[in-house]
Design a protein around this ligand. Structure first.
Ligand SMILES: [Zn+2]
Length: 381
């Protein structure tokens, strides 16, 4: 059975390519605790990997996820706490990994740090400069020239006005930086500010550190090659992050498409707003797991289709816990699973990872069959 996934770029479903799968998912910036929105994203990609392997057991899947360990928000947070940015990153990566393990997220093959790819990042920037798709500016910074890329905006389908609006809301917004030719241009390399506690690396353009978007283009190149099967992440990364990754990678590497499928997981809301650090409206995974089992939290997350935004609800979390208990009981009973259940379960996953439907089908299974199919959703029944 072939797995079909929705592709953001073509706005339609695409069959997963045959053969080995190269999957890259944008990970966390390690400066704060894992919340339910992160969990929704990484549990969905975990089920995608489990589903791909279950539907085609001999298929090779290489899953890479990054850690943005150098970034304005980490440096600001480290300064506020009076700790070294590396120590803060290490601690937060450890907490994140523990939270994911507690949720039974099998994890990527490699969790890779931006700072592990500095030479690759610099190599890509040099090619972009050589191709006039980037320019150097005062203080050792390098910017991507968005006007060199007429298709910029193809992934997000946003108007220029809307792009400017969103770019202006980013943590490191620099729309009015006078060194830029166009407000939409973004930093590939940020010249060193001279602050002692700000890390920097030598480069042909002066000391500095990489911008956020180029990090992912470089990590994809370094760990997976020039083209990916699936590039994923939260839907809030479509613009500017993924839009910019396409522009950088395709211009520097001269191949298209950079990713065959762009897969985005919708946002979890709380009090009507996206759950986020900046708004402070968060449900922490660690807290939730003090009260509920990993099965209960996973059932709650997987009751929602990955492309549908939804609102945190304590009552629905309770109901999901009861649903998880019923699944556990059924798995302890004799196996009286109807013959068509397996097929229907596979069909649900194969059709754009329809986990709400897969859960409904799972409820018709019992005994060993329930344990087996539950395992594909990461449930331990
Ligand atoms: Zn990324």
């Amino acid at each position: 059975m072939r797995l079909f996934l929705y592709d953001t770029l073509s706005a339609g479903e695409k069959a997963l390519p045959e053969g080995p799968i190269k999957l890259y998912v944008c990970g966390v910036t390690p400066y704060d605790t894992t919340h339910l929105g992160h969990a929704f994203t990484f549990v969905q990609f975990d089920v995608l990997v489990r589903g791909m392997r279950w539907l085609a057991p001999r298929r090779e899947v290489t899953y890479i996820q990054n850690v943005t360990d150098i970034d304005d928000s980490i440096l600001a947070r480290a300064r506020k706490l009076g700790v070294d940015w590396r120590a803060l990153g290490d601690d937060q990566v450890k907490l994140y990994t523990e939270d994911m393990q507690a949720l039974r997220v099998a994890g990527p093959r490699h969790l890779v740090r931006a700072t592990s790819a500095i030479p690759t990042i610099q190599g890509l920037i040099q090619v972009l400069l050589d191709r006039a798709a980037a320019y150097t500016a005062n203080s050792g910074s390098v910017f991507f020239r968005v006007r060199s890329r007429p298709s910029y905006g193809e992934l997000s389908r946003l108007s220029r006005t809307r792009m400017l609006e969103i770019a202006g809301q980013q943590d490191d917004a620099d729309l009015d930086d006078p060194r830029k030719e166009d407000p939409l241009d973004f930093a590939l390399w940020k010249g060193w500010s001279g602050r002692e506690d700000e890390p920097c690396w030598d480069s042909p353009w002066g000391r500095g550190r990489p911008g956020w978007h180029i990090e992912c283009s470089a990590l994809c190149r370094q760990y997976l090659g020039e083209q990916l099967s699936v590039h994923g992440g939260g839907a809030d990364l479509i613009f500017p992050h993924h839009e910019s990754e396409i522009a950088q990678s395709e211009t520097a590497l001269g191949v298209r498409p950079f990713a065959e499928i762009w897969s985005h997981v919708a946002m979890v809301r709380m009090d009507g707003e996206k759950m986020s650090k900046s708004l402070g409206n968060m449900v922490f995974v660690r807290k939730l797991l003090e009260q509920f089992s990993a099965n209960a939290v996973r059932v709650y997350l997987l009751e929602h289709h990955y492309r549908q935004a939804w609102e945190w609800s304590p009552a629905e979390m309770d109901a999901a816990a009861r649903r998880a208990s019923a699944l556990e009981s059924a798995a302890r009973a004799p196996d009286t699973t109807p013959a068509e259940t397996r097929e229907a379960f596979g069909a649900a996953l194969a059709h754009d990872l329809d986990t709400p439907r897969a859960l409904e089908v799972l409820e018709k299974a019992s005994g060993a069959s329930a344990r087996d199919l539950g395992g594909v959703l990461g449930l331990e029944l």
